[in-house]
Design a protein. Sequence first.
Length: 91
Amino acid sequence: MTWSEAEYLQCLESERRGFAWVMRWYGQLTVTEAWEAAVAHYPYEPGDAPYRGLVFHDEAWHWAMLAIHGYRYPVERPELVEPSAEYRALE
């Protein structure tokens, strides 16, 4: 995908916000811990980085659930496969 720097930054911020929200409400992290986890998961990638933004191929909900519950969360916690209404309201 080709995008402008502004578009990339907007997407990065949105995914960080979603990841932090999930980590806060489902992972019981503090606000600061949740934001730090989001920034660590979604570091800024320069425009010339190969595969820049590849992490965006799945939404933040999925990545955060993997971090909280592990790779088997869709099997072991099927109620968490789809994002909650509260998460969707962030968009």
